[in-house]
Design a protein around this ligand. Structure first.
Ligand SMILES: Cc1cc2nc3c(=O)[nH]c(=O)nc-3n(C[C@H](O)[C@H](O)[C@H](O)COP(=O)(O)O)c2cc1C
Length: 344
C-alpha cells in the first residue's frame, strides 16, 4: 500500500489531495463528505478584505451615531458583537469545522491592502484554524502604480500577517508577475510558509443585448494544469517553503504530475463541483494506481522527481518548450493536411 502522507505548511497530512476554497468547503456536511473521501486538508472559502472593512465602517458609523445619546459608548460593544455579521459567521464556521472534521482546516483571507482587517488573522487563529491562506487576488489596473510598488505592498502584507499570528501562512498568488521566480523567493523571505500556485482569474464578459459588463464563472479544464506544472517545476529547486499546485487538477494523474514536478499538495475545486465530493476518493485511487504501476512506494519519493533541476531535459520548462510546441504542432498539422490532400 503506497504511503500518501505529506508535509504541508508544517502540518502532517494523510494525503496530498486538498479541497481548495470553494462553495463546498463552506458547508459543514460537505466538509464531512470531503474528509470521508480522503482529503488531506480543507481550505475554507475566503473572508474578503472588503467584507471586513465594510462591517468595520458600519460599526464605526453606528458607534458615532449613538455616542452622544449614551455617555458610555462602549456599552454598545456587546450588542455590536452580537450581530450575525459575515465576519462573526466566518469565525463560527472555523470553530464548527474544527469540531466537525479531524483533518486540518485552512482559513482564507482575501485582500491586498494593509489595513485594519489584518487583525482578523489573529481572530482566525483564536477560532482554531490550523493555517491561513492569504489570497492576493488583485487586478493591477492603476497605470500610476508600477510593478515594484505592487509587489512591495504585497510582501509587506505577507510579513504583517506572518508577524501577527503563530500559524503558518500560505500565499495564493496569480501567475502575473514580471519575474515570478524572484517574487516567489521574496515571498519566502517575507515569512510565507507556503505558496499556492495559482489563483484562477475570472474575466468579465459582455451581455450583447444590454452591453453590461458581467461576472461569469466557468470551471477549469485539465489543460489549465500546464501553467502550475511549469512554474512549480521551475520553483521547486530554489524554494524550501511548501508548494501547493492549484488550477486544472481533475484526476489522480493530474495530482501525480504536480507532485512529480515538486508540489507538496494538489488542490482541487472544479473537479468536485463537476463530479461531487466523492470524486476525491476516485482521485486517490487513481493516484495509488499510478504509483503502484510506476514503482513509487510513497508520495515523498515522487516529489520533485522531474522538477527542472532533476529533469532529463531542464530546457523543457523554458523557452525551448515553447519553440518545440509550435514547431511540432505545425509539422504535424501540415503533415495531416498533405495526407488529406493525397486522399482526395
Ligand atoms: C465557485 C467558486 C468559488 C471560489 N471561491 C474561492 C474563495 O472564496 N477563495 C479562494 O481563494 N478561491 C476561491 N475559488 C478558487 C478555487 O479555490 C481554485 O483556486 C480555482 O477554482 C482553481 O482550481 P480548480 O481548477 O481546481 O477549480 C473559488 C472557485 C469557484 C469555482
Amino acid at each position: 500500500m503506497s504511503d500518501l502522507h505529506v508535509d504541508y505548511l508544517g502540518l502532517r497530512l494523510r494525503s496530498p489531495l486538498v479541497a481548495s476554497a470553494g462553495p463546498y468547503t463552506g458547508d459543514l456536511d460537505r466538509m464531512s463528505e470531503i474528509e470521508q473521501a480522503g482529503a488531506g486538508a480543507i481550505v475554507l472559502p475566503s473572508l474578503f478584505e472588503e467584507q471586513i472593512e465594510h462591517e468595520t465602517s458600519e460599526i464605526d458609523r453606528l458607534f458615532s451615531l449613538h455616542q452622544d445619546s449614551f455617555g458610555e459608548a462602549s456599552s454598545f460593544l456587546p450588542e455590536i458583537d452580537g450581530y450575525n455579521t459575515g465576519t462573526d459567521a466566518y469565525l463560527a464556521l472555523v470553530e464548527a469545522a474544527k469540531y466537525r472534521v479531524d483533518i486540518p482546516i485552512v482559513a482564507s483571507l482575501n485582500g491586498t491592502n494593509v489595513g485594519g482587517w489584518l487583525r482578523y488573522a489573529k481572530l482566525l487563529e483564536d477560532a482554531g484554524a490550523d493555517a491561513i491562506e492569504l489570497n492576493l487576488y488583485t487586478v493591477a489596473a492603476d497605470a500610476a502604480i508600477n510593478g515594484d510598488a505592487i509587489e512591495a505592498g504585497q510582501l509587506e502584507l505577507v510579513a504583517l500577517v506572518a508577524e501577527e499570528v503563530n500559524l503558518p501562512i500560505a500565499v495564493k498568488i496569480s501567475p502575473f508577475y514580471s519575474s515570478l521566480a524572484s517574487f516567489l523567493f521574496a515571498l519566502q523571505d517575507a515569512g510565507a510558509a507556503g505558496v499556492v500556485m495559482f489563483n484562477r482569474f475570472y474575466g468579465p464578459d459582455l451581455d450583447m443585448e444590454t452591453l453590461d459588463v458581467q461576472p461569469r464563472i466557468s470551471l477549469s479544464s485539465q489543460a489549465e494544469l500546464r501553467l502550475p506544472l511549469r512554474w512549480i517545476g521551475i520553483a521547486r529547486e530554489f524554494l524550501s517553503m511548501s508548494i501547493a499546485g492549484s488550477t486544472g487538477v481533475h484526476t489522480g494523474q493530474d495530482a501525480a504530475k504536480l507532485i512529480l514536478v515538486g508540489a507538496d499538495v494538489a488542490m482541487t475545486t472544479s473537479a468536485l463541483l463537476f463530479h461531487g465530493t466523492n470524486h476525491l476518493a476516485t482521485m486517490e485511487a487513481e493516484l495509488r494506481d499510478w504509483m503502484q504501476e510506476h514503482g513509487y512506494r510513497s508520495v515523498s519519493e515522487m516529489r520533485g522527481a522531474v522538477s527542472r533541476d532533476a529533469a532529463a531535459d531542464p530546457a523543457a520548462y523554458e523557452r525551448a518548450n515553447y519553440i518545440g510546441n509550435i514547431t511540432s504542432y505545425t509539422s504535424r498539422f501540415l503533415g495531416a493536411q498533405s495526407i488529406g490532400l493525397q486522399r482526395k
